[in-house]
Every structure is written in structure tokens, then in C-alpha cells.
Write a protein that binds this ligand. Structure first.
Ligand code: RUQ
Ligand code: CUA
Length: 629
């Protein structure tokens, strides 16, 4: 994958080009002789607009959003791209689900990416996070967890498609997920939420839970293979990384290792577990690990007393874990406690050196309201915490909270804003990086209740956009969302470099091209059928509005793979391929190759057609397959 490809284009340049074009047509249309707008004029206009962008969420038709938002699609198993501040949904990226529009999960290319879990059609995505360099988004990848099937996937941001997927072994239900921020995203870290027998072969019981473990998972971000795992005490919920490349921290809500709700909430305190990356890496190097369940993933023991971890007691059942963008604090959100716990990252060296006690790292525990779940940050030292039970966002000042903890008479609460209703995650623009800019806050509300027209018993959620550029938070938009967007992230468009056309050498379909080569077929020029016993490969090209092959014959019982190569070099001209009555359809982007396999088990004539509107003669873009009896 190369971002230097000709087809790549920076969004800023793209935008400028469009405006130039519109400027010219406007001038011609009015018949007025005027100098065309220069790029410099446009950029100064854009700058002027950007100055008050914080107060105007309205993105006029033809204008582009300032930020990309990556939204998890919850139980839909997908990820969505939003435009911020318009809150328009720009695209959906199928990940763990199957997708009728693109053929994701059905095409051979996507099945290869899904690998050993290709037969699993569902997912539960929670936490999308972008790769970073030195604590700043680098626009390369977005990583996403699948709680329901213990997986992690990677999305390539140049094509906005999933390109890697990993089933995490030895654990169950990947929940919290984050990336290493500094020096760059070498690792993705994620929490195995549910405690299960470490050797889960059916021999453990439901009564004796002494072999049950929870595991912290460290994945190599480039290869998307397991680097190592760490066994912990208690379960794990959410996690985050520091800005020094030294520590990761996770919340634990079930330190009791209880198996029922009652057992899970008995103790007054749970904990945050902090992992020392250097110590873990050294332990792996020194071979101080075990392996389980027949795989070779190094599993370290980070339970209490280990040199790899430290356990910091915090009030009962904490949930979100958020690092402040100045790199100073891990903030654990109380959930059942009305407080958040501020952990000083500076003090962790001393804690790991056993010079101080775990609770000494907590420099304040401000009370914010009922049900604090997650905290976001601006660039002015303020934090924004969702209060699930109060249906509010509390804006508070971190330094004032620390001062108040030290006895100073100061009110650290700046504002409480009603949101609608029961917020889970919230997120600020660029707020999980050094570039936090304090412009927009999104509150992902779990219930919409009366905010939209009723649509039956199942209601959408409500993603609310809040202007935080001034002293006062203001709700400016209600956004209905189907299937729970647990979490999101928002990145400035200047960080992104999406491609317009697929590079012909793209790894997404490299294996398909290699199969064609073995068949002696050049997919860019040839339309050919290769028969291999009862297995048939049908190579078809497409240029709007025709396929390169408009009829072919197969025999009843053949396994047919249709490989379509889209020769169009025009951006936005996507073709489809659908074989009627065979459950087979897919998208083929400009310059891409895609393939799908089905059984010819019904005799007769079947039309195949292009199912993505591509041309005035799109309806005519079709051909016939005869399945001979
Ligand atoms: S969790 S509502 Cu799945 Cu991110 Cu907190
Ligand atoms: Cu090709 Cu529609």
C-alpha cells in the first residue's frame, strides 16, 4: 500500500480543486468577466471560515466537513464514517458482519481477510481508534474490537476497507481497545473482559472457578499477530496508553472474580491495573512465559505481586479509562461511584520502583455526579465526563479538581449539560491525541426516547453534537443512530489521504490476481473461462456499461467463481456483479478485482447484472449464464 500513488490525493487539495471548478462555472453562468478565484483566495476564505467553525455546525451543500468521524456500529458489526460537524453518515465499513451492498463476508477477498472466522457473520464493535505517531493521528489505520467473537480488526484508511482480522486466543470477549501512542503505534492493546478457564477444553466446571483468568492482550499493529498476553487479577473493562511509551492502564470492575451480578459488586473497591511495557517485553525476551491451548502466544503472569504490573485501588466498578492529552493523567471513571480517580502518570515510575504505595498515585477523586462512564478533553485543561444516571455531561477543570483535593476552596465543576438520554461514551475532536482542539464534543446517548418520531419498539440511539468552543457547552445537533455506536473518534481531515482508485498492485486482491496468473489469464485484458474438473473460474472485465463477457455456460453441479476486474479509471465509477437467484453479489471499485463463488445447482438461464448504478445504460449492463441440465 502506498500513499504516494498517483491516485492518492490529500483532502485539502481535493477540496480546493472542487472549489476552483465551481468558481469557474459560476462565473461562466453569470456571464460576468471576472478573474477566477485563485487557490490562495480559497485557502484564505477557508481560514476565515475555520475561525468561527466552532460556532456553526451547518455544512452547506457542496461544502466539506472539517473532521472525519469513525463510529463503531455496535451490534451491526460495522464501522461508520461520519462527517463532522454535519453529522452526515459518509460511508459504512463492513468489518465483522456480512454486507449485501459490497459483498463483504461473501467475496473470496473478504473471506481471506476474515480467515479462521470467515464463517462467523456477526460482531459487536465498540472501540475504534486510529494509529498514531508521537501521540498524533497518522491517518493510516483504524483498529476495532469485536466483543462477541473475541476479535480485533484493522481498517486501512487509504481505501477505508478492513484489511486484517485476528481472533485473540486464550481469552473471551475483547472489550476495551487502544493503540500505543508514543513513539508510534507498534502495539494495539485490548482487554479480554470475560474470565474463562485458561485451558478452556470443557474439563473445567461452573463451580470451581480457580482456573478462570482474565487476560490483557498486546497485538503487533503492523502484522496483526499476537505479540504477548498478560494474565491479571480481576477482569478488565477499558484501557488506554500514556504519552511516554511506557505504561498502559486498564479498569477492572470485577476484582472479586464473581460469576453473578451480586458477587461482582460486593467489594467497595476495585482497581486500575497498570502494565509496564518495558518489563513485559523484557519478560517475553527472557522466556518468562507459558503457552496454552496449543498456540505459541507468550502468556506472562501479571497477577498481584508481579513486577510487570501494579494494582491501584479505586472505588467500586470503574468503567472508562482516559488519558489526558497533556500526558499527565489516567482518569478512571467511577460508574457506581459518583467520582473519577485521577492517577498521576508521573508517579508511576516511583510506584513500579516500590517507593510509594498504589493509592499515592491518586492525586484527586472529584465528585461529578451519578454514573460517570467516560471522559473527554479539550485543549484548555477541561474534562467532559458523561453521567449515565444523571443524563448529563459534567464539564470540569482538572487542575481545579486537584487543587480542591489539596484543600483549596475552588469549584472545579464548570457546567452540567442535560443530554438526551443516558450517555455512554463521549468524544472531543482530536481529544485522544496531543492535538486536542476543544471544538466539538459528541455525546453518544444510549436512549433517544422522545427526540425523534417513534419508529416502533426499537428506537435509535442519539448522537448529540455539542459546541465546546466557548465557555458554555451547547447542543447543536441530534443524530439518530441505528445499532449502538459505543464509541467514536474524530480526526481532522488534513490527517487523511484516501485513494480515488484502487492501485492495481493492491494486496486486497493480490491473491486473486496470483490465481489468475496460474490460470494464464491477464485479468486486465482477458475474458476467459478456466475449467478445473467441476470447478470453474470465469474471468470478466467491466467498463461502463458492459461486461467483457455477456454469456457463458456451466454444468449443473459446478462450483463457479466469477472474477470481475473493473477497468474504469474514472473516480466514483463502481460496478457491481450480481448473479440472480444465487445469493451472490458484490461491489468492484474502479481498477479493483473482486471475486465471488457460488454453486450452479439449479438448471436454467440466469441473468447476471451490474447492481451499482454506473452509467445511463446501467440497466443494460448484464449477461446470461446457462446452467446445463
Ligand atoms: S464501553 S459505554 Cu463498550 Cu466503551 Cu463504555
Ligand atoms: Cu456497471 Cu452498473
Amino acid at each position: 500500500m502506498s500513499n504516494d500513488d498517483k491516485s492518492s490525493n490529500n483532502v485539502e487539495l481535493e477540496n480546493e480543486g472542487r472549489r476552483k471548478f465551481f468558481g469557474k462555472t459560476a462565473i461562466l453562468g453569470a456571464g460576468v468577466v471576472a478573474a477566477p478565484m485563485t487557490a490562495a483566495m480559497f485557502s484564505s476564505m477557508a481560514q476565515a471560515r475555520a475561525k468561527d467553525a466552532g460556532s456553526d455546525p451547518f455544512v452547506h451543500p457542496g461544502d466539506l466537513d472539517e473532521y472525519y468521524g469513525f463510529w463503531s456500529g455496535g451490534q451491526s458489526g460495522e464501522v461508520r464514517i461520519m462527517g463532522i460537524p454535519s453529522m452526515r453518515e459518509l460511508m459504512r465499513i463492513p468489518v465483522f458482519n456480512i454486507d449485501s451492498a459490497t459483498g463483504w463476508g461473501l467475496t473470496n477477498e473478504s473471506k481471506r481477510i476474515k480467515g479462521d472466522s470467515a464463517n462467523i457473520m456477526v460482531g459487536d464493535t465498540h472501540h475504534p481508534h486510529m494509529s498514531m505517531t508521537d501521540g498524533r493521528y497518522n491517518g493510516k489505520y483504524v483498529f476495532i474490537n469485536d466483543k462477541s467473537n473475541t476479535r480485533v480488526a484493522r481498517i486501512r484508511c487509504d481505501v477505508m476497507k478492513t484489511d486484517k482480522m485476528l481472533t485473540v486466543p486464550n481469552t473471551q470477549a475483547i472489550h476495551g481497545l487502544r493503540v500505543q501512542k508514543v513513539p508510534y503505534t507498534k502495539y494495539i492493546v485490548c482487554n479480554g473482559e470475560f474470565e474463562v478457564p485458561i485451558v478452556n477444553d470443557g474439563k473445567a466446571s461452573l463451580e470451581d472457578v480457580s482456573t478462570y483468568r482474565s487476560i490483557y492482550n498486546v497485538i503487533d499493529a503492523e502484522t496483526m499477530e499476537m505479540a504477548f498476553q498478560v494474565i491479571v487479577d480481576g477482569n478488565l473493562d477499558n484501557t488506554d496508553a500514556d504519552y511516554d511509551g511506557k505504561y498502559f492502564a486498564s479498569t477492572c470492575y470485577n476484582s472479586e472474580m464473581g460469576m453473578s451480578l451480586g458477587e461482582m459488586i460486593t467489594s467497595e473497591r476495585d482497581h486500575v491495573v497498570v502494565f509496564s511495557l518495558a518489563r513485559c517485553e523484557a519478560a517475553v525476551k527472557a522466556g518468562k512465559f507459558k503457552t496454552y491451548n496449543g498456540n505459541n502466544v507468550p502468556v506472562l503472569d501479571g497477577r498481584k505481586g508481579s513486577q510487570l504490573t501494579r494494582y491501584i485501588p479505586v472505588p467500586k466498578s470503574p468503567h472508562g479509562l482516559n488519558t489526558s492529552p497533556n500526558g499527565e493523567y489516567f482518569i478512571a471513571n467511577g460508574k457506581l461511584s459518583p467520582t473519577v480517580s485521577i492517577i498521576s502518570i508521573k508517579k508511576l515510575d516511583a510506584l513500579f520502583a516500590d517507593e510509594i504505595k498504589p493509592r499515592d498515585t491518586i492525586i484527586a477523586e472529584p465528585e461529578l455526579g451519578l454514573g460517570p462512564l467516560h471522559t473527554a478533553f479539550d485543549n484548555k485543561g477541561n474534562a467532559y465526563t458523561t453521567l449515565f444516571l444523571d443524563s448529563q455531561i459534567a464539564k470540569w477543570n482538572v487542575q481545579d479538581a486537584i487543587d480542591a483535593h489539596n484543600g483549596k476552596k475552588v469549584n472545579y465543576i464548570r457546567q452540567k449539560l442535560d443530554v438526551h438520554y443516558q450517555p455512554g461514551h463521549n468524544h472531543t475532536t482530536m481529544g485522544e491525541t496531543r492535538d486536542a482542539d476543544g471544538k466539538w464534543l459528541v455525546s453518544l446517548c444510549k436512549f433517544s426516547k422522545d427526540r425523534f418520531l417513534p419508529v416502533g419498539p426499537l428506537r435509535p440511539e442519539n448522537d448529540q453534537l455539542i459546541d465546546i468552543s466557548g465557555d458554555e457547552m451547547k447542543i447543536v445537533h441530534d443524530g439518530p443512530a441505528f445499532a449502538e455506536p459505543h464509541d467514536c473518534m474524530m480526526v481532522h481531515r488534513t490527517k487523511m489521504k484516501p485513494l480515488k482508485l484502487w492501485p492495481r498492485t493492491d494486496p486486497m486482491f493480490a491473491e486473486t490476481i496470483a490465481i489468475a496468473k496460474r490460470d494464464g489469464v491477464d485479468v486486465y485484458s482477458e475474458n476467459k473461462i478456466i475449467r478445473d474438473g467441476k470447478i470453474l473460474r470465469v474471468y470478466i472485465t467491466s467498463i461502463a456499461p458492459t461486461y467483457g463477457m455477456t454469456e457463458f455456460k456451466v454444468k449443473l453441479g459446478d462450483e463457479v467463481t466469477v472474477i470481475v476486474t473493473n477497468l474504469d479509471q474514472v473516480e466514483d465509477v463502481t460496478h457491481g456483479f450480481c448473479m440472480t437467484d444465487h445469493g451472490a453479489q458484490m461491489e468492484i471499485g474502479p481498477q479493483a478485482t473482486a471475486s465471488i463463488t457460488f454453486m450452479a445447482n439449479k438448471p436454467g438461464v440466469y441473468w447476471y447484472y451490474c447492481n451499482w448504478f454506473c452509467h445511463a445504460l446501467h440497466m443494460e449492463m448484464r449477461g446470461r449464464m446457462l446452467v446445463e441440465a
